[in-house]
Design a protein around this ligand. Structure first.
Ligand SMILES: [Zn+2]
Ligand SMILES: [Zn+2]
Length: 180
């Protein structure tokens, strides 16, 4: 399934959907790690099991280190490296990717659909007109703020210094606080 401006690419780690033009890459994208060459890993760095004909080495797609099949058997989505299908993860990377996938599933999806934001701009104190619908652009590069009366300048995701997300138990979207 091809998306506009993207192409399927088959790499050493699996199929990836990459932007045709680097300038339209999502700011959430992570580069693929350097893969430790086979000759430099004779045993699994997790369980120390020696690699041979039966105990094959596998690379964790997230950190690029060598593991045996058992120690890298978890398959997870890795959207930040643009993989199409779930890919092999070591135990250490599994926790990180699970947290990130949660962020993509809950918050990035909600922002792409659009959510209400209170915008407090410095210098505007007595302004009641502060609720805007905020939408993330499909390439994740800009936040667009608009309400019935006006439209703010788009904010580039790379200009955002801090994101705080407050989630209440019965509120699946949570509340975002952005600083820029
Ligand atoms: Zn192992
Ligand atoms: Zn790893």
């Amino acid at each position: 399934m091809a998306e506009k401006g993207k192409m399927l690419q088959k790499g050493k780690g699996g199929m990836r959907m990459v932007p045709v033009n680097e300038s339209s890459a999502s700011p959430f994208t992570l580069p693929e790690p350097f893969w430790i060459p086979d000759a430099q890993c004779q045993s699994c760095i997790q369980c120390q099991g020696k690699f041979d004909f039966l105990n094959r080495r596998h690379h964790c797609r997230r950190c690029g280190k060598c593991f045996c099949d058992t120690c890298s058997s978890t398959k997870l989505s890795l959207p930040r490296m643009l993989y199409v299908d779930p890919v092999r993860h070591c135990a250490g990377c599994t926790g990180i990717s699970k947290k990130e996938n949660d962020f993509f599933e809950k918050h990035v999806k909600a922002l792409l659909a659009g959510g209400s934001f209170h915008v407090n701009q410095s210098g505007e104190t007595n302004d009641n007109d502060t609720v805007f619908v905020c939408k993330l652009s499909p390439d994740h590069r800009h936040l667009h703020f608009e309400n019935a009366n006006r439209r703010l300048d788009d904010i580039s995701m790379t200009d955002i210094d801090a994101v705080q997300i407050w989630t209440e138990e019965n509120d699946s979207d949570g509340m975002w606080v952005l600083e820029f």
